[in-house]
Write a protein that binds this ligand. Structure first.
Ligand SMILES: [Zn+2]
Ligand SMILES: [Zn+2]
Length: 341
């Protein structure tokens, strides 16, 4: 038996994940986040007049109880699943944003007639489309996240992300494949529409600025604070900055078990859409005491059975209750309950 295609697939996926500079988990962006975190901790210790020792800083950044927790181990499992298997199993279920973009552009030309190419230098057209696609990504992210919290069926799949009891950069990968399918399709629609409309208005096919095919503005955020959103490090933007950008503290609030924080801060890099749609919670400069994790003591938490298979079962039960009304309990059914987060 020839194993080489499988082996080259594994190494190809690993290389793409860790070595492509625009990847969401590239070693370069992780190193950048690590040095930013180290710098923040060092400055805080200096201000308090304490000595700066690398050993102390590293211990503060990687506490044993977080690194070795069962929650972190489940994050690793989901990381492997999403890097190696998701595309193979669910690739067919994701809409093509290029096809949507061509469709939107064609529709606009059919409705309003073609526009002449905008008299703009090439770099201006590319900058405009780069900003448009970044905003479309952020809107798609917010919309999918909002629906995942508000629609009980979708919440069953998103709950997997919120069942993490500790946050590390790998928690970013702790997302159920069904959540990913819905997310990537919503994203394809938002980006397809923005790209098609942009091409039509600019009268040309302008391509975005990117790093290994990731929008360059998104890359900028990945290299600065996106990894730190899933960490215990309280880095907080307040005031007008806190209304525009989703600091690590914003996202930690999103994971909080305090009811005052439920359904807040759904954005990715920007707080802008949360601000516009009334779901923004700007954290205070002083760290707020937070606990993470939905139903942390439930059976099979952090296992394949609890985090990958059980959501399908709960969702099927919910659909069954919806489409077979006589079998639905009159009150107190889990299908009727609003998501807790
Ligand atoms: Zn959420
Ligand atoms: Zn999160």
């Amino acid at each position: 038996m020839d194993f080489s295609p499988g082996i080259s697939y594994l190494f190809g996926r690993l290389g793409q994940a860790f070595l492509a500079p625009g990847s969401h988990i590239s070693l370069f962006s992780l190193a950048s986040a690590f040095f930013i975190a180290l710098l923040v901790l060092a400055v805080r210790r200096l201000r308090k007049g304490r000595r700066i020792r690398l050993k102390t800083l590293l211990r503060a950044l990687f506490p044993r109880h977080i690194v070795l927790s069962r929650s972190s181990q489940a994050d690793v499992g989901y990381f492997y699943f999403n890097v190696f298997l998701f595309g193979l199993i669910f690739g067919w279920a994701i809409l093509s944003y290029e096809a949507l973009s061509r469709g939107v552009n064609g529709l606009l030309i059919g409705l309003f007639g073609p526009l002449p190419p905008a008299p703009l230098p090439g770099f201006v057209s590319r900058s405009i489309i780069t900003v448009m696609l970044f905003l479309a990504y952020e809107l798609g992210y917010w919309l999918n996240h909002y629906l995942s919290h508000r629609i009980p069926l979708l919440w069953e799949f998103h709950k997997v992300h919120h069942s993490a009891t500790v946050l590390t950069p790998l928690t970013n990968f702790r997302v159920h494949p069904m959540y990913m399918c819905v997310f990537l399709n919503i994203l394809a629609v938002c980006i397809g529409f923005a790209n098609g409309a942009g091409d039509y208005l600019l009268g040309q096919d302008a391509s975005q600025y990117g790093l290994s095919e990731t929008n360059i503005i998104l890359v900028l955020f990945i290299y600065t604070y996106v990894h730190l959103q899933h960490s215990q490090l309280w880095i907080c933007f307040t005031g007008w900055l806190g209304h525009l950008f989703m600091s690590p503290a914003h996202h930690q609030i999103h994971h909080s078990r305090n009811p005052a924080h439920f359904n807040k801060n759904m954005g990715s890099c920007l707080a802008l859409w949360d601000w516009m749609f009334g779901t923004l919670y700007v954290p205070s400069a002083e760290p707020e005491p937070l606990e993470f994790g939905v139903e942390p003591d439930r059976a099979h938490a952090h296992t394949v059975r609890g985090e990958l298979i059980a959501p399908f079962g709960r969702a099927a039960l919910m659909l069954g209750q919806r489409f077979v009304p006589r079998m639905r309990p009159a009150a107190g059914s889990s299908a009727r309950r609003k998501p807790a987060y």
